[in-house]
Design a protein around this ligand. Structure first.
Ligand SMILES: NC(=O)c1ccc[n+]([C@@H]2O[C@H](COP(=O)([O-])OP(=O)(O)OC[C@H]3O[C@@H](n4cnc5c(N)ncnc54)[C@H](O)[C@@H]3O)[C@@H](O)[C@H]2O)c1
Ligand SMILES: [Zn+2]
Length: 363
């Protein structure tokens, strides 16, 4: 299966998503044909290069139009402006100019850093994304958000820069550690719950195939998630309102991540946030018991946590949400599921209900 989704990027330009096994074999040639007279500069997550550089000789073939690979030690701690500067200097040294194109190969960190670099290098050059983690394939490589962290918080510097194309091969996931697969699955479960009941049924019925990273099964879920995210982004590229739906589980998730000093991983934090939001929705009489139970069951099947970890005071979580709200200069929004495949944007949730629910769901 190979699927192409196009989405508008900055007006009339199209950003293409190419998904399916075999994508990688065609990648260097396909990119070359799109380049015209431009030259491509490849920035690789060093781990991915180590694992896949030799397994994919086609990527090494290159040609005069491809540069030597540039390696980036991808990690959240290196998702910094200093990395952008260092990579930019390496690009200058390698001869990249205003007519060059960047290709980012790696997970979400690499995609965010290289996407940001592309948006500012010589006032902006195009980029292609080759996401290699499930999280990057289903989430971070679609939508055009790029950025780096500051010591004061994540993603505080960034830009919107739609890639020309995103190339997704499920085979990359063969080497992905289970803990990373799980982080991506949290976003997949999120997508199914807020917008795709058919994907939900697929997830319930194809657990084993996904767990063993069957290429067809992975392509199926990546395609569904990208199609949904693309449709949301198309309707609301710059996060006016509708795009907020993607934040299901993230309001509480972000608070937990921050309170833990980022020791609780993003997908795990989002899973807890989804469980709390579902329970809130159930208590408000918006979500049937059966749907709430199915969410918990699916998260548990993926070893995703569904209770607030011990040691996190509900009052501290509520306080963190309040400070988030102040920072965003906004009312507090909760995305609440109302059935499998549909969610609503709920404002001004009662804090007492929230505190009580967090207490009841504490481990
Ligand atoms: N731009 C967006 O819209 C958006 C959305 C969600 C998340 N993000 C960002 O994405 C980042 C998280 O992305 P991530 O989870 O992909 O993290 P990551 O890029 O750090 O990758 C996780 C780990 O997996 C390794 N890895 C990557 N591909 C591999 C493969 N095929 N086999 C084996 N190991 C591999 C990496 O080297 C790294 O150690 C965060 O910084 C987050 O802010 C951005
Ligand atoms: Zn997320």
């Amino acid at each position: 299966m190979k699927m192409t989704i196009s989405l508008p990027a900055g007006g009339s330009r199209l950003s293409e998503l190419i998904i399916g096994p075999g994508t990688l074999d065609e990648l260097p040639r396909e990119i070359l044909t799109r380049l015209g007279r431009r030259r491509a500069f490849w920035v690789w997550d060093a781990n991915v290069r180590e694992l896949w550089g030799e397994r994919l000789p086609a990527l090494q073939l290159g040609g005069a139009e491809h540069s030597e690979p540039i390696l980036f030690a991808a990690s959240e701690t290196n998702k910094r402006l200093s990395s952008v500067e260092e990579l930019a200097r390496r690009l200058v040294e390698a001869g990249a100019d205003r007519n060059s194109v960047l290709v980012a190969v790696g997970g979400g960190v690499t995609g965010d850093v290289v996407g940001f670099l592309a948006s500012v290098y010589m006032r902006g050059i195009p980029c292609h994304q080759v996401p290699t983690t499930l999280l990057a394939q289903v989430d971070s490589s679609v939508g055009g958000k790029t950025g780096v962290d500051l010591p004061e918080g994540k993603n505080l510097l960034g830009s919107f820069h739609q890639p020309e194309a995103v190339w997704m091969d499920p085979r990359f996931l063969e080497t992905l550690p289970a803990v990373e697969l799980r982080q991506g699955m949290a976003e997949v479960v999120k997508t199914a719950m807020i917008g795709d009941a058919r994907l939900w049924d697929y997830l319930e019925g194809h657990h084993e195939a996904i767990r063993r990273r069957d290429p067809e099964a992975v392509s199926r879920i990546v395609t569904a998630c990208c199609a949904f995210k693309a449709s949301v982004v198309e309707a609301d590229e710059k996060e006016g309102g509708y795009r907020r739906i993607l934040n299901f589980g993230h309001t509480i998730g972000h608070a937990l991540e921050r309170l833990s000093g980022y020791r609780v991983r993003h997908g795990d934090a989002v899973a807890v946030g989804m469980a709390v939001s579902a329970e809130l929705s159930r208590r408000l009489g918006r979500l049937p018991d059966e749907a709430a139970a199915r969410l918990i069951k699916l998260c548990e099947a993926w070893d995703l946590p569904t209770r607030v970890p011990s040691g996190y005071d509900p009052a501290a979580i509520v306080a963190a949400l309040r400070s988030d709200k102040k920072r965003m200069g906004d009312v507090l929004h909760f995305i609440l599921p109302v059935r499998i495949g549909e969610a609503i944007d709920y404002e001004n949730l009662d804090e007492t209900l929230l505190r009580r629910t967090l207490t009841d769901l504490s481990a």
